[in-house]
Design a protein around this ligand. Structure first.
Ligand SMILES: C[S@@+](CC[C@H](N)C(=O)[O-])C[C@H]1O[C@@H](n2cnc3c(N)ncnc32)[C@H](O)[C@@H]1O
Length: 305
């Protein structure tokens, strides 16, 4: 009969497997996989290297190791990723939320004059719901609507909203961008698909082979979704509201021009941690130089639809 493997043995095996699979930092990857799959903290793992692992957990880990060696991202294997320090659930229809996208949340919050005001928020291409849920987390009286074409992603977003106890203020609806939507929103955010067709082949296998194409494919030049969305943002934005859209690399000037052509003002772009222009504020008036002057509203604000 085989003795149960210890944590240290599982770790050694994983480092060997991931090293052979060509990972640059196999020890780092192996530790992350072990803690993620077994639900341990890094400290627990380091403190108890001789801890015996039962057969069920070993089987789970062996399956995860095979998937990771095949370049499946860790977050896909664990089914969860932290965004804005919130646990966000994932499924095959959801893009894994990127730390860069937190720049959109930062840019939006920087334009909110009073976080205790009521705001209506629209998140176009909400996917996992990460942007909308982070904003609702920070704006306790806001209500939000997330739209996506992928029903599976919306099921995950609803689940995350429930776990964060935000479900009373978050609605998720299947839709083709803004089709059928009316009314005006105080805050609109969007991280649209922005990968150009020519860039597809050069994407790392973790992205190209495991992320949903609907979440990434921005058409021939990567700008198709902006062309569809920006005029609609102009239509749906409240007079004193603002929008923030995420940008792909090198897209700032093209997107800013699309915005100007739709009669929107662009504010100072916010850079991500890598220094890349990432989050572009938009409004129907000059935006970004001062906080939104939206007046306090009385009573419960409905989501306009
Ligand atoms: C780059 S992902 C962003 C996901 C999430 N908001 C985030 O920031 O991680 C783009 C999202 O747009 C959705 N999408 C693509 N085309 C769409 C369309 N025509 N209408 C609505 N959503 C769409 C995709 O399903 C995907 O969830």
């Amino acid at each position: 009969m085989n003795m149960p493997a210890t944590l240290a043995e599982l770790l050694d095996d994983a480092v060997a497997v991931l090293g052979a699979a060509g990972f640059e930092a196999p020890a780092f990857e192996a530790r992350a996989l072990l803690t993620g799959v077994l639900g341990l903290s890094r400290e627990e793992m380091l403190a108890h290297p001789g801890c015996a692992i039962d057969a069920a957990a070993r089987a789970r880990f062996a399956d995860a190791l095979g998937r990771r060696a095949g370049r499946e991202p860790l977050a896909r294997i664990t089914g969860q990723r932290e965004f804005w320090s919130l646990p966000i659930g994932l499924c095959p229809d959801t893009l894994i939320p990127r730390p860069d996208s937190e720049t959109v949340v930062e840019a939006a919050l920087a334009l909110v004059a009073d976080r205790d005001e009521e705001h209506s928020i629209l998140d176009l291409g909400t996917g996992s719901g990460c942007l909308l849920l982070a904003l609702l987390w920070e704006l306790p009286r806001a209500r939000g609507l997330g739209i996506d074409r992928a029903p599976g992603a919306l099921a995950m977003a609803r689940d995350s909203a429930r776990r964060l106890e935000l479900e009373d203020r978050a609605e998720f609806r299947v839709g083709d961008w803004t089709h059928g939507l009316g009314g005006r929103f105080d805050i609109i955010v969007s991280n649209p698909p922005y990968v150009a067709e020519a860039e597809w082949a050069a994407l790392p296998p973790e992205v190209r082979d495991f992320e949903p194409e609907l979440a990434l494919n921005g058409g021939p030049d990567g700008l198709a979704a902006y062309r569809a969305l920006v005029p609609e943002i102009a239509r749906l934005l409240a007079a004193d509201g603002f929008a923030v859209v995420e940008l792909g690399a090198g897209q700032h000037d093209d997107v800013a021009e699309i915005c100007r052509n739709s009669g929107l003002f662009t504010g100072p772009v916010r850079r991500d941690l890598g220094g890349h222009p990432r989050a572009l504020p938009l409004a129907r008036r000059p935006v970004g130089l001062e906080k939104s002057k939206a007046k306090k509203k009385v009573g419960k604000k409905a989501i306009p639809v």
